[in-house]
Design a protein around this ligand. Structure first.
Ligand SMILES: Cc1cc2nc3c(=O)[nH]c(=O)nc-3n(C[C@H](O)[C@H](O)[C@H](O)COP(=O)(O)OP(=O)(O)OC[C@H]3O[C@@H](n4cnc5c(N)ncnc54)[C@H](O)[C@@H]3O)c2cc1C
Length: 423
């Protein structure tokens, strides 16, 4: 079987590696002229770290990312509201990593080229269209340098081509543009002194007004006694973006700094982080409505095409799960194809295992139940507080804990005991 993957992001490269590990041939193409370590930090949750570890990448992750110790919430004055132990600290057999998205992509790319061959990942090649039949799938691609088109032939096409997926657009013509949730995000990375545990994801404020998220992402910096601090500043804005969301669009310090100018906590200087970043990126918090199907199986076609990662289920980064769910998709896809008698049967099993599960995460991230409790704190104690128990009841604090876990994490025992997805 030969699988063609459109998109060499976190999901597409994880799919190539997973298919290879399952004994299935794969090639990947990406529209970018070259794959560079773009983006800032992301969190890889234990369920994704498990999969990448089973793909033999545990040592690379450990050398690069920060094993997150805790996720802690604060009000906009830096007073601690609630914290959750993370990764191994909460009993998972695998850590959670805070890691530079581009470095993660480069780890996956090097492994894919090393294992599948130097030509397995082709750049400068954009998806144009597909045609499928019971015999196979033909994928028309365009060389971005010359404008010429050519056809790739395979048994399966996986659309891992991100938020503006062309594969998704062909499967679901007429879909509206991504849906904006009212929040603009500015992101950057600034070197500074380690804060709190040195491995804390710190979330201050609330999406009902302003929120600032900061966490260290670099083990090499940590070894030098420093922290490469990834930060995300989020502000509720009245007017939405006027053009396409672009992960690589530059933002301006004057657009973000005024909102956070007095956010100086004893343990973190937010204005210094914003002004100290070599580059600021601006991105609107967007997602898409969950899809009723990811492919063309059943009565609607031969079932040789599917979607994966952001192409299938873009979600708000609020649950720290976009990259992680793409990795899990990849592993389930390979496992399903390896066990099926036909490509269509494999893709149907993949979709059955993943679509509703991930759609629920998309909707949970929209609902932001934990954020409602943060907003409650800012309403009840706008000028700060001494003890959180004076602001939230024991039942409300327990609800916070539950809301966070339900949005973001699988059950510890279930993940620890589930059989491997290596076929
Ligand atoms: C440049 C970039 C920077 C990002 N930075 C961040 C970040 O800082 N923080 C964060 O939380 N998330 C970031 N993301 C998104 C994040 O990687 C995803 O939400 C998540 O990892 C799921 O990965 P994915 O592989 O599904 O999608 P993506 O990582 O978005 O990968 C999609 C890939 O498809 C390629 N592609 C798009 N259109 C076509 C086409 N027509 N033909 C062929 N290939 C195509 C893209 O070049 C890209 O490599 C970034 C994405 C990109 C592309």
């Amino acid at each position: 079987m030969r699988v063609i993957i459109a998109g060499a992001g976190i999901g597409g490269l994880s799919a190539a590696l997973s298919l290879h590990a399952a004994g299935i041939g794969a090639i990947v193409f990406d529209s970018a002229a070259s794959l560079r370590p773009l983006g800032v930090g992301i969190n890889l949750m234990p369920h994704a770290v498990r999969e990448l570890t089973e793909l033999g990448l545990g040592a690379e992750l450990e050398a690069t990312g920060i094993p997150t110790a805790e996720m802690a919430h604060f009000d906009r004055h830096g007073n601690r509201i609630w914290g959750f132990a993370s990764g191994r600290n909460i009993g998972y057999r695998w850590p959670q990593y805070s890691i530079h998205r581009g470095e993660l992509q480069m780890i996956l790319l090097a492994a894919a080229r090393g294992r599948l061959g130097p030509d397995a990942v082709r750049t400068g090649t954009a998806f144009a269209s597909f045609a499928e039949s019971p015999a196979g799938v033909r994928v028309r691609v365009r060389d971005r340098a010359t404008g010429t088109t050519s056809v790739l032939r395979g048994d399966v096409l996986v659309g891992a081509d991100g938020l503006y997926s062309g594969v998704r657009a062909q499967l679901h013509p007429g879909e509206p543009p991504p849906r904006w949730g009212g929040i603009m995000m500015w992101r950057g990375m600034t070197e500074g002194a380690p804060f709190l545990t040195g491995r804390t994801v710190a979330v201050s404020g609330t999406n009902a007004a302003l929120k600032f998220v900061a966490y260290p992402v670099s083990r090499p910096a940590e070894r030098r006694g420093r922290a490469l601090i990834n930060w995300v500043a989020e502000a509720l804005r009245p007017a939405g973006p006027t053009d396409r969301a672009d992960w690589n669009r530059s933002g301006r310090v004057e657009d973000v700094l005024p909102w956070f100018a007095d956010w100086k906590f004893g343990w973190l200087d937010v204005p210094a982080l914003i002004t100290g970043a070599p580059r600021i990126l601006e991105y609107p918090m967007v997602d898409r409505d969950p899809l009723p199907s990811w492919g063309s199986g059943g009565s609607s076609g031969p079932g040789r095409v599917t979607l994966l990662g952001d192409a299938a289920h873009p979600m708000y980064p609020i649950g720290a799960n976009g990259g992680s769910q793409a990795v899990v998709d990849a592993r389930v896809l390979a496992w399903s194809l390896a066990r099926a008698a036909t490509p269509a049967e494999g893709l149907a099993a993949y979709e059955a295992a993943r679509r509703e599960t991930v759609n629920a995460i998309v909707l949970a991230c929209r609902d932001m139940p934990a954020d409602r409790l943060l907003a409650m704190v800012s309403t009840r104690a706008p000028d700060g507080f001494g003890r959180i128990e004076e602001v939230l009841s024991a039942a409300e604090l327990a609800a916070f804990d539950q809301a966070y876990r339900a949005t973001t994490l699988p059950d510890v025992a279930a993940l620890n005991s589930r059989p491997s997805l290596t076929p």
